[in-house]
Each structure stands twice: as structure tokens, then as C-alpha cells.
Design a protein around this ligand. Structure first.
Ligand SMILES: C[S@@+](CC[C@H](N)C(=O)[O-])C[C@H]1O[C@@H](n2cnc3c(N)ncnc32)[C@H](O)[C@@H]1O
Length: 323
């Protein structure tokens, strides 16, 4: 199980777990092995190790301000021994229907829920979300990376469906998720810049975020957030959702926690978190990343309170040095 053994290049920053760390971080996990029901105080800021379908009925109702769901997509994949098999759309919908209402039961009346999928599973996600919540939007994330195909377009996108319990009352802070973009054609009105500012290294505009996200890369080996989890989400993606849809000090819940991205970003941004994951190795990776977040709150691509476009690391460093 020790995943430190792989040979890795010198600049490789992938987070790994030694056998010693596995037992050390393993002690921090909550297992609920005694079959009891719990209160929020028992599980806040913790990682629950187990099967979410078994644990969900033992959690309190309506505790989460924000729920992020990144389930196995309708693809054959091995999550550290947990094998998920692709099936027909009907079977995948039945799989979602089995647990989705139980997850929704954890959402506050004014809370928000996001669920991810690829083009194959997206209509199933929409179907099941509509049965349980009001759909507010569908975000498409252009991931950049995708496997080339000889007889098809390569897949380089994912959808994130956004739903709420109450469309008249839900938390949404658009100012917290504005994007810093370079201005290509600076427009002036009466000689003064119209909605843009000049800094030493260019002209910029803070823009309202849209539902097409093209500024986020998949974690890769030279990024400190990277792990060996096969479908890890980027911290920047979670940062947008959490800042927009969870008030400071609120609770973010992720029932398919994987390598811990949701909990780690919640912690970095001053929110509480609760996560469930079936693989002990991934739970321990989450705990290691949470421990690292005690001393390092940086989120790649989110600096000075704004989201930057892709490939602007030099500009971000420049701006940070100038301050
Ligand atoms: C798509 S991945 C989530 C990745 C995560 N967002 C991250 O950034 O690392 C789905 C995760 O759900 C876990 N999983 C699948 N079925 C589960 C279940 N019934 N209960 C708990 N976890 C489960 C898998 O082990 C896998 O790590």
C-alpha cells in the first residue's frame, strides 16, 4: 500500500503516504463501526472512513451549507481496489437514485449542491437532480487535457450541475469569485479606462464569472496539491464553488471525498468540512493534505483574492513581490 516507493523525478511534488503515515493518519479517521447515529459535533472537520450508502442514514439532517459530489462517473475505473463498472444509462440513474436523496437530506434548506460528471453521465445527473432539487445552472469545465481518439473528438470537458433546495433563498457571493483577465482592447470613456485598471505589467479587468470555466488545469506532478488519486479535482475548482456557495464558517460536505480536495480547500478558506471516503489510503492522503494546510493555505491560481487565468504564474509572482 505504501505509495512512496514509485520512482519520481526530482521536481515531482506528488503527495505520497508511507506505511508509518498510513497508521498515523489512520488513527484520525472516524469509522462509526459501532453502528451509532452521530451529531454534527462528532464529525465536524473530520474524515469518515466507510461506504457513504451505509453512513448517510446515520448522519444528522440538514447540516451542510454546501455539498460537493464527485461520484464515480459511468466509466469502468479502479479506485484503489474499489472497482466501478460502466453500465447502461438506466442502471447509472438507478445507482444515483439509490443515494442522491439521502445526500440531499444533509443539505440545509438554503444550501447549495454541485454534482460532477462527463458528457456520458450528464443527462443522468440532470434527471436525478431535477427529481430532488431546483436546477440553477450547469457549469462546463474545459479541462484542457484529454485522451486523443482516432474516430471521435477527444473529451476535454466536464459538467458541474448546480442545484438548490430553495431558489428564492440561497447563499451566492459573486464578488468572491471574480476573475482577473487581461484586457486585449482597452476601451476608454471620456479619456478614462472603462472597467479596467493598469498595473506595471499590463491592463486588467475583474470580470463576473460565467458557467464556462477555462482557467483551471487538472493537477499534475509538479503541483504541490497532486496525489496519485486517478480523478483528483483541482483545488482552484473547489475554491470557486466554496467561495461562491458557502458562507465563512459554514459546513462543506463531500460524500465521495477521494484525496480530500474539498475538505482541504474548505479548511484553507476558513470553512468547516466533513467528508466520506471508502478507501483508507485516500482517507489518509486527505488527512495528510489537511495537516499540510495548517501551514500552507495557498491555492494555485487564486492569489490576492482573485482568480487568475491559466498560465499566469509569473504575473501572479510578480504582483505578489511588488506588494
Ligand atoms: C471521482 S472520485 C472523487 C475524487 C475527489 N473529488 C478528489 O478530488 O480527490 C470518487 C471517490 O469516491 C469513492 N467512492 C466510491 N464509492 C464510494 C462509496 N460508496 N462510499 C464512499 N466513497 C466511495 C472512490 O473511492 C473515489 O475516491
Amino acid at each position: 500500500m505504501d505509495n512512496t516507493d514509485k520512482h519520481r523525478a526530482g521536481r515531482n511534488k506528488t503527495v505520497t503516504i508511507s506505511d508509518i503515515e498510513l497508521s498515523m493518519f489512520g488513527e484520525r479517521l472516524v469509522t462509526l463501526s459501532d453502528g451509532r447515529c452521530v451529531q454534527v459535533e462528532d464529525i465536524i472537520d473530520r474524515t469518515l472512513h466507510g461506504d457513504m450508502t451505509e453512513l448517510l442514514p446515520r448522519l444528522p439532517a440538514t447540516f451542510a451549507d454546501l455539498i460537493f459530489i464527485d461520484p464515480p462517473y459511468n466509466l469502468t475505473r479502479n479506485f484503489n481496489g474499489m472497482k466501478f463498472r460502466s453500465s447502461s444509462e438506466e442502471e447509472y440513474i438507478a445507482y444515483l437514485r439509490f443515494w442522491f436523496p439521502k445526500v440531499v437530506a444533509c443539505l440545509k434548506p438554503n444550501g447549495s449542491l454541485y454534482i460532477c460528471g462527463d458528457w456520458r453521465s450528464t443527462s443522468a445527473l440532470q434527471t436525478v437532480m431535477r427529481e430532488n432539487l431546483t436546477v440553477i445552472n450547469r457549469i462546463t469545465w474545459q479541462r484542457e487535457k484529454g485522451r486523443g481518439a482516432l474516430r471521435n473528438w477527444k473529451n476535454a470537458m466536464e459538467d458541474i450541475w448546480f442545484g438548490v433546495n430553495n431558489e428564492k433563498e440561497y447563499y451566492f457571493n459573486t464578488d468572491a469569485v471574480k476573475q482577473k483577465r487581461r484586457v486585449i482592447a482597452p476601451y476608454r470613456k471620456d479619456g478614462a479606462p472603462k472597467d479596467w485598471i493598469t498595473s506595471d505589467n499590463g491592463k486588467y479587468r475583474l470580470t463576473y464569472p460565467s458557467n464556462l470555466w477555462d482557467d483551471i488545469s487538472i493537477p499534475y506532478w509538479s503541483m504541490p496539491e497532486n496525489t496519485d488519486h486517478p480523478t483528483q479535482k483541482p483545488e482552484k475548482l473547489l475554491a470557486k464553488l466554496i467561495l461562491a456557495s458557502c458562507p465563512p464558517d459554514g459546513i462543506v460536505f463531500d460524500p465521495f471525498l477521494g484525496s480530500g480536495t474539498t475538505s482541504v480547500v474548505a479548511k484553507k478558506l476558513g470553512r468547516h468540512y466533513i467528508g466520506i471516503e471508502t478507501s483508507e489510503l485516500y482517507c489518509c492522503l486527505a488527512e495528510k493534505r489537511l495537516a499540510q494546510a495548517d501551514s500552507d493555505k495557498t491555492i494555485q491560481g487564486y492569489t490576492d483574492g482573485v482568480f487568475w487565468e491559466r498560465n499566469t504564474a509569473n504575473l501572479q509572482r510578480y504582483n505578489t513581490k511588488k506588494r
